[in-house]
Design a protein around this ligand. Structure first.
Ligand code: ZN
Length: 238
């Protein structure tokens, strides 16, 4: 018999206190982090909206957040490529705005982020804080940039997530599953050193499979990346 139960037997008035403690523990339950990732046109925003809509059916309060850099079709909504819309708070990139999100989130059960790859590193701390305080966080974003390399904060989020869903698009060239986003400039694949961020229309990007994806790397990038990766692998004594 535990010390608390023994005490309750001797002092029945403590029964209510024990029930209260148990309730508090349940109320303090931590939340979770779900990541929906994949290439462009893989249906990430659509999947995010589906999960958020289900949460609303379950009578939960849902906060949707977008980055203002994504002005594809609307400033106040997230919009999927299939045309579904959902109102969203627009994040302006400042640290103050992260504080605003944390404040807004207090009145919500579920927090959905779209295009999370555009958010600054500080957002990771905010997401961890939200999860610790019991929120269900769902974030959708590109896992790879147009170079085929991990996109900004995504590797960290994927590592700390409770659940990861990697969606596939269809390769526009061969019809196989695609997980790369091919950037096209003037009808040709973008070069490795072109700037990463350019949110644009369909004509700028294509979903491609690994075989059809193409990125021209400058020689110095090819030689720089390969030896450092080899060193890291050697250090781990596989
Ligand atoms: Zn292909």
């Amino acid at each position: 018999m535990g010390a608390l139960s023994h005490c309750i037997q001797k002092h029945p008035q403590l029964q209510n206190k024990e029930v209260k403690i148990k309730k508090e523990r349940i109320n303090m339950k931590k939340g979770s982090l779900e990541i929906v990732c994949g290439s462009m046109f893989s249906g990430k925003t659509e999947e995010l909206m589906r999960r958020l809509k289900r949460a609303e059916y379950a009578k939960q309060n849902v906060l949707t957040i977008k980055h203002q850099i994504d002005v594809r079709k609307s400033c106040e909504c997230i919009v999927s490529h299939s045309g579904s819309k959902r109102e969203a708070f627009s994040f302006n990139g400042s640290l103050n705005c992260i504080e605003t999100i944390l404040e807004l989130a207090k009145n919500h059960d579920v927090i959905g982020f779209d295009e999370i790859q555009f958010f600054p590193a500080k957002t990771i701390d905010a997401i961890v804080a939200l999860v610790e305080s019991g929120k269900r966080v769902i974030a959708a974003g590109l896992d790879l940039d147009f170079r085929g390399e991990p996109f900004t904060i995504m590797p960290t989020l994927l590592a700390i997530a409770d659940e990861v869903t990697k969606l596939k698009a269809i390769c526009i060239q061969c019809g196989q599953n695609a997980h790369h986003t091919q950037r096209i400039i003037n009808g040709k694949p973008a070069k490795y050193n072109d700037p990463i961020v350019l949110v644009g229309a369909e004509e700028c990007y294509e979903a491609r499979c690994r075989n059809c994806f193409s990125i021209e790397k400058p020689l110095e990038e090819t030689t720089k990346i390969t030896p450092s990766l080899k060193t890291k692998l050697d250090e781990r004594n596989f």
